[in-house]
Ligand binder design. Structure first.
Ligand SMILES: Cc1cc2nc3c(=O)[nH]c(=O)nc-3n(C[C@H](O)[C@H](O)[C@H](O)COP(=O)(O)OP(=O)(O)OC[C@H]3O[C@@H](n4cnc5c(N)ncnc54)[C@H](O)[C@@H]3O)c2cc1C
Length: 348
């Protein structure tokens, strides 16, 4: 295990803000993960587990303890009962795994094409897009339990997946280091084309789209929204969607609808949102005076996506947090709903 010191974290994130890690370890095996933990204990240093850095806002002061980047590799496939089980190292790039599953004609993750980050990051917030969530295909998560120092295998139900949550970012936050994830996919399955964007993309096709067609379509649509990382492009220098779609109680939803009616506006509703009584965070942000391309010093809102706070080049974490607060306050003032951020704040 190699311990590096004062390693800048901004280049290891997609938002490209934040200071250095006091200590930095890249662990390629379970043994190295355990060594890094021992190292953190021996220095009495706080541990932060880093994946692909695509859902983070790292403070300008950086992280005073040990940053452990999980770099465990490997994609292993087993087949049984007409299902294909992929056992994937947490350090694998997520989209590389999706490409490999699609190339092997296995369905279940094709709509999650183009999402940045690592495989180990996907169970944490139950990554989802275009009608699919990883919770639908995760069979189990192999993790190091920091409470007992044992490696354990958590079954899907034990992860308690919901919209953008699991035990890993709620009740058991900080307890587990994810080492491997098993996904159960369907060989020869059809692509999941539920979302309007995807249906529109394929409207007029004479042949049924394949998994590879679906993957390509998702990546194309994501690129138009700045949701596909393209090196050097300002509109995707972000942490993805910065706010979750609020899930409201019936009474809160009624109050919100009334406020909209009073302003001669109508809250948009899509079947996918309605089923979980979710409200579009993008609509709330847009109707609070923030539009695509909004600029606030060195940061702003993507020209392609209202929910993406971007670093325009020389932005700092402080500026990102200030814009986040400004948006949250305005939305709350106008609509009575406090938006919840999606990214993880490190040392902020
Ligand atoms: C352009 C763009 C588009 C995006 N689109 C989507 C989208 O469509 N849907 C969606 O759900 N998300 C999306 N995201 C958010 C992000 O890509 C996902 O949340 C991703 O899964 C984060 O993984 P990561 O490896 O980058 O994790 P990081 O950002 O490195 O870490 C995120 C959290 O997970 C924890 N973590 C990471 N790895 C491990 C591990 N091995 N063990 C324990 N904890 C770990 C970290 O400690 C941290 O708390 C997008 C982000 C960007 C920048």
């Amino acid at each position: 295990m190699i311990v590096q010191e004062n390693i800048p974290l901004a280049p290891l994130t997609t938002l490209k803000v934040g200071g250095p890690a006091r200590y930095f370890v890249e662990a390629k095996s379970i043994g190295e993960v355990q060594e890094a933990i021992q190292y953190a204990h021996s220095r009495d240093a706080a541990l932060f587990v880093l994946g692909g850095g695509s859902n983070l806002v790292v403070s300008d002061a950086g992280w005073p303890g040990v940053v452990l980047k999980v770099a465990i590799a490997g994609i292993e496939q087993q087949s049984h009962d007409n299902k294909a089980v992929f056992d994937v190292g947490a350090g694998e790039e997520w989209d590389k795994f999706v490409a490999s599953a699609v190339a092997r004609n296995c369905a279940g993750v094709e709509c999650l094409s183009g999402i940045p980050g690592s495989v180990g990051g996907t169970p944490v917030q139950n990554v989802g897009a275009y009608g699919q969530e990883v919770s639908e295909t995760i069979l189990s998560v192999t993790a190091l339990d920091l409470n007992s120092d044992n490696v354990c295998e958590l079954a899907n139900a034990e992860c308690e997946f919901h919209y953008r949550t699991s035990i890993f970012n709620t009740s058991e936050r900080g307890r587990y280091i994810i080492l491997r994830v098993k996904y159960e996919l369907l060989p020869g399955g059809k692509p999941h084309l539920q979302y309007a964007d995807l249906r529109n993309h394929f409207a007029g096709w004479n042949e049924a789209p394949t998994l590879a067609d679906a993957r390509e379509a998702v990546r194309t649509i994501r690129a138009t929204k700045g949701m596909l990382i393209i090196a050097g492009e300002e509109d995707c220098r972000s942490a993805g969607s910065f706010f979750k779609n609020p899930v409201l109680a019936a009474s809160d939803f009624e109050r919100l609808t009334q406020r909209a009616t009073d302003k001669n506006l109508q809250i948009p509703s899509y079947p996918a949102l309605e089923s979980q009584r979710k409200v579009s965070a993008a609509w709330l942000v847009e109707h609070s005076g923030f539009s695509k391309g909004f600029i606030s010093g060195n940061v702003g809102i993507s020209r392609k996506h209202t929910l993406a706070i971007i670093n325009r080049g020389k932005g700092s974490a402080a500026e990102v947090v200030a814009l986040k607060n400004h948006i949250q306050d305005r939305v709350e003032d106008i609509w009575g709903v406090r938006l919840e951020p999606e990214p993880v704040f490190v040392g902020v």
